[in-house]
Design a protein around this ligand. Structure first.
Ligand SMILES: C[S@@+](CC[C@H](N)C(=O)[O-])C[C@H]1O[C@@H](n2cnc3c(N)ncnc32)[C@H](O)[C@@H]1O
Length: 248
């Protein structure tokens, strides 16, 4: 009797080992794979918008941006050889927005991340006289000093805001929140973004679809999304800030 029960017990023991070891190996392989491919903590991907890892502090982020914007050789090129070429392209975009009634000569307009202000100059040339830009580095009179994560303007200030620097936002939700705060109800925001190509080393985030934008612009509605050719940026997304119910 004894000699019969012991081999049976051992048989069950080895059988359960045989079944459980591959399952355990599978689970540990999967968790190892997850650990090695995940971005570092604090930079978790959020759907189609990913913050780039590597920014150790806000000061480090600002310093990287300033390294390029303050480069004297580049500033010389932007304000001489590149000046009119870029203004003409911006002016075509703004004319098109005027034709679509999304921008008017009377609009109070802001350009976000405007560097030396070619988009501001383009707005003025197409007749939108009350136009100004903000950037970390001022370029008076076209561009005032201002961080787009914390715009230096009161609520409900502008009728129109334009930016082609969404990819430079370390905190995209603040970037969008500030636009919705400073736009008047009924005001229009036009963003030029890159969806089909990764932008340069100064970018702080990567966008893979317009969905994260539409989710963040919670106080606005989408007016249109279209393909454009804007200095490496391929998509124009236009929002209109909703008017408060009960007000005209
Ligand atoms: C690719 S350049 C675009 C310049 C301009 N919009 C143009 O098309 O000529 C990005 C600009 O965003 C500015 N920038 C980056 N981070 C910023 C921030 N937090 N607040 C304001 N401007 C910022 C940089 O200084 C730089 O001038």
């Amino acid at each position: 009797m004894k000699t019969k029960t012991k081999p049976l017990f051992l048989k069950y023991f080895f059988f359960s080992l045989f079944v459980s070891i591959p399952i355990l190996l599978l689970f540990s392989f999967q968790s190892l794979r997850r650990k090695t491919t995940d971005p570092p903590p604090g930079n978790q991907p959020s759907g189609d918008l990913r913050i780039r890892p590597g920014y150790t502090s806000y000061e480090a982020y600002l310093q990287l941006q300033l390294n390029k914007t303050l480069n004297p050789k580049l500033r010389k090129i932007w304000t001489t050889r590149d000046w009119d070429r870029k203004i003409n392209v911006f002016a075509q975009f703004f004319q098109d927005l005027k034709q679509k009634q999304l921008l008017k000569n009377e609009s109070k307009a802001l350009c976000i991340g405007a560097r030396v202000g070619q988009e501001v100059e383009a707005l003025r040339r197409v007749g939108v006289a009350d136009s100004v830009g903000i950037d970390l580095v001022p370029y008076p009179p076209l561009v005032l000093k201002g961080d787009f994560h914390n715009q230096p303007f009161k609520n409900d200030t502008f009728d129109f805001e334009f930016s082609n620097v969404f990819d430079h936002a370390l905190y995209p939700d603040k970037f969008v929140g500030e636009i919705e705060r400073t736009l008047r109800p009924g005001g229009v925001c036009v963003l030029h973004v890159a969806l089909s190509r990764r932008s340069d080393k100064y970018s702080a985030n990567d966008l893979y679809s317009v969905r994260p934008l539409t989710e963040m612009f919670g106080r606005s509605e989408v007016v249109h999304v279209r393909t454009v050719d804007g200095f490496g940026l391929d998509t124009e997304v236009v929002f209109r800030k909703k008017k408060l119910i009960g007000r005209s």
